[in-house]
Design a protein around this ligand. Structure first.
Ligand code: ZN
Length: 270
């Protein structure tokens, strides 16, 4: 699987997360908000030049069975022992990518290295956001098993592009995450439990559109504006909610790394 929130959503999530940070950390991120936004989709671009990058963006929970969400070992070493590294790399390593970058960001704050902090923040923000996409947690990630091809981009790119400008981000605040491992799995569990509703909403929309055009361009699965609109209505605000919780969680993972690094004064980070 090789998808991700569209560029629009990744940029929006990382840039809104900057405004959810408390003082004094916000001064550092606000100073570099252009970089944070600009590099939000770098991990997606990297997939084209680095074949080991793709699995960082997803985890196919259902590959491991119907009750896997409760059975996959939370720790990487235990998961490797149970399934092998090869299998984990094939079916996605998203939760562990988040935890790895959380550590890298903590270390970058300890070193007070601005360039490293910015890179780690962009990557961490990207993966935390990807964990909020329901179709990043299932093998039927693009509706390919249920004749719903194109649903992936429909949910994570077309809806945010068409409706994102009306989303509200006021009042979102970063909070300290006591247990980052529990937190990322909680996010993934929520996304995974939403996946059947995503597929169901699209199925209902398709049925309602019988006899009407779904695609502007069938080959490239470009959907008509009316279809995007109808699917968005069927989802009942789900994409907006997931984008807003992405913003809160990205800010919280950044903030937590800073706290755990010993809260260095942002004014001294060079
Ligand atoms: Zn991605």
């Amino acid at each position: 699987m090789a998808y991700s929130w569209g560029f629009y959503a990744h940029k929006k999530i990382n840039s809104e997360a900057v405004y959810a940070l408390p003082a004094p950390l916000n001064t550092f991120y606000e100073k570099y908000s252009g970089d944070i936004e600009l590099h939000a989709a770098d991990p997606d671009k990297r997939r084209y030049v680095d074949s080991t990058e793709a699995p960082h963006h997803f985890i196919d929970i259902d590959h491991y069975g119907g009750r896997a969400i409760d059975e996959i070992p939370r720790y990487w070493t235990a998961a490797v022992k149970k399934y092998s590294a090869d299998t984990l790399n094939r079916y996605g390593t998203l939760p562990w990518s988040v935890l790895q970058w959380e550590e890298k960001l903590t270390l970058a704050f300890k070193k007070m290295d601005a360039a490293e902090i910015l890179k780690a923040s962009s990557y961490l923000g990207h993966y935390v956001a990807d964990a909020h996409v329901p179709l990043h947690t299932v093998t039927n990630y693009n509706g390919q098993k249920t004749e719903q091809q194109g649903i992936h981009a429909l949910w994570e790119s077309f809806i945010p592009q068409n409706f994102g400008s009306s989303y509200q981000y006021a009042g979102i605040k970063a909070v300290y995450i006591k247990d980052p491992e529990a937190k990322i799995w909680e996010i993934i569990r929520h996304s995974y439990l939403l996946a059947p509703s995503v597929l169901q909403a699209e199925r209902e929309t398709r049925t309602a559109f019988k006899g009407r055009d779904i695609y502007l361009d069938t080959l490239h699965k470009k959907f008509t504006p009316a279809y995007i609109d109808a699917f968005n209505n069927a989802l009942n605000g789900m994409v907006e909610k997931q984008i807003e919780s992405s913003v809160a969680d990205v800010a919280s993972f950044w903030y937590t790394a800073w706290v755990n690094s010993g809260q260095p004064d942002p004014a001294n980070i060079k």
